[in-house]
Design a protein around this ligand. Structure first.
Ligand SMILES: Nc1nc2c(c(=O)[nH]1)N[C@H]1C(S)=C(S)[C@@H](COP(=O)(O)O)O[C@H]1N2
Ligand SMILES: [Mo]
Length: 471
């Protein structure tokens, strides 16, 4: 992917056979302080970046950067790591080797971020893995509707980094509002708890379908980056007891041990008693992979806002500037924008609540009929009021029966609704099955992906279609 690959192949040998090599070696050992590194953020002063404890002069590389000069310049004078996390295609042998060519020294006052690069082997579950380092895997389709509360073993996993190993003996959660608090794990365990059942859906669920229109960035999830659990933990708005009138437009910035930083509007917290700091999932202590010891559960919000391994919460005036909030990662840029720059990223709100969604999970032949089953869900607690299924490209529709999940409280339907419908085949052999759902606010799913496609492949909620061949 890097155009200057040939350069990388030739240059090490050039260095070796010239008297240069030794000098370069010594040069590499030079130490620089952050203060100095930060100044090298423009072409005149040279462009330096850091990766881990190393310093690189990439002045000659910026025009060759496959992702564009503008993007690489964002890291000028600082670390590339935040950007690499956002565009994980950089974590490749060839990229690291390429960077090595530009190495000029080390950081003298280096502070490692708290992200341990070593992976500790965690047992893999019986799900469909897209990666195992870090673990990213979706539910197997037939398991999705097997149980309304998803057993932990079947739950999807989406990790940006390795799984933190946290010792609760010396762990505490810090909360800073107009006052500061530190709660140990033991403190939290002594508090009153409440149980909340929520579905968590990754913002990238169904991204793979988008790739049929145009390539997107990110894990090509099918329909299984979604699961449901009963969480138990401490009601957050009881812990954060502040003046509503004064802080209604503030945000809570929440950070995790693996370095993820997000925020949620205080409006949500003031108006939702079901936001909890969970320590139990389906009656068990949280499994490590799902956030042990503490996880923020924000019902009705996209996966990423439900941060695992929660370590701190801070009351702040504006939304977090982190890549997971303000960056491109969770911003569905309009389909027709070709040039994604900071101004369009800033204009596009980050995903919090997701739009109404439904998917077909199972089809069973029953004589001249088909029994079609699936899930439907909408963000923000909006109940599912209808699911429609068609086998003739939307000319005629069959009204599905809503099952588990259909009786959740009004506007607090945090979990999915299962549905089933019998559809007469009318002698058809090969056809598509389509489903679409409607929520209590009468939002419904768009028929095509054409006008919701976005480069990050977020919130694909177009009519779900599967190609079917009848026996
Ligand atoms: N700390 C932390 N929290 C996180 C993540 C992460 O990588 N680190 N991934 C987020 C994303 S993108 C999703 S979709 C959900 C996935 O939760 P799960 O792995 O329990 O299914 O967790 C969210 N919370
Ligand atoms: Mo996600």
């Amino acid at each position: 992917m890097f155009r200057s690959r040939t350069l990388y192949c030739i240059s090490p040998s050039l260095f070796m056979y010239s008297g240069f090599y030794k000098d370069i070696k010594n040069y590499k050992k030079k130490k620089y302080k952050y203060e100095e590194i930060n100044k090298h953020n423009n072409v005149d002063d040279k462009i330096w970046v850091t990766y881990k404890n190393k310093v690189y002069d990439i002045t000659n590389f910026i025009d060759l950067h496959p992702g564009g000069k503008e993007n690489i310049m964002k890291a000028a004078g600082g670390s590339v790591e935040d950007y690499w996390r956002q565009y994980p295609q950089h974590y490749k042998e060839e990229v690291i080797s390429l960077l090595t060519e530009y190495e000029i020294g080390e950081i003298e006052d280096y502070v490692a971020n708290n992200i341990n690069e070593e992976y500790i082997e965690e047992e893999l579950k019986d799900i469909k893995y897209h990666n195992t380092k870090p673990q990213n895997g979706e539910m197997i389709s037939s398991n999705i509707i097997a149980s309304w509360i998803t057993p932990i073993d079947d739950w999807y996993i989406r990790n940006h980094y390795k799984i933190p190993q946290i010792n609760t003996d010396n762990f505490s959660l810090s909360i800073t509002t107009d006052k500061s608090y530190n709660f140990t794990y033991a403190d939290i365990m002594k508090m009153d708890t409440k149980k909340v059942i929520t579905t968590i859906q990754c913002g990238g669920n169904r991204r793979s379908d988008f790739n049929n229109i145009n390539k997107t960035m990110g894990t090509p999830w099918g329909i299984g980056a979604i699961s449901t659990a009963e969480w138990e933990g401490v009601q957050l708005n009881k812990l954060i007891d502040i003046d509503k009138d004064k802080y209604l437009d503030y945000h809570l910035e929440c950070e995790s041990v693996d370095g993820v930083l997000i925020s949620i509007p205080m409006y949500k917290l003031f108006n939702c008693d079901d936001v909890i700091i969970a320590y139990k999932m389906n009656g068990e202590l949280l499994p490590k992979v799902h956030g042990y010891p503490l996880r923020l559960i924000v019902p009705g919000y996209v996966g990423i806002r439900n941060i695992k391994w929660l370590k701190s919460i801070k009351l702040v005036k504006s939304e977090s500037k982190s890549i997971w909030q303000a960056g491109l990662s969770y911003k569905p840029i309009p389909t027709y924008i070709d040039k994604v720059d900071d101004s369009i990223i800033d204009l596009t709100p980050t995903v919090l609540e997701q739009p109404v969604q439904s998917c077909i999970c199972d089809v069973v032949e029953d004589g001249e009929n088909l029994r079609v089953k699936g899930y439907a869900w909408s963000g923000g607690g909006r109940n599912i009021v209808r699911v429609d299924v068609s086998i003739d490209d939307g000319k005629t529709w069959n009204l599905a029966d809503l099952g588990e999940g259909s009786e959740q409280p009004l506007f607090r339907a945090w979990a999915w609704t299962f549905w089933e419908v019998t559809v007469p085949k009318n002698g058809k052999k090969d056809f598509s099955i389509i489903c679409k759902s409607t929520d209590i606010s009468y939002n419904t799913q768009p028929d095509t992906m054409n006008y919701i496609w976005n480069i990050r492949g977020l919130i694909n909620n177009s009519w779900h279609r599967i190609v079917y061949s009848s026996s």
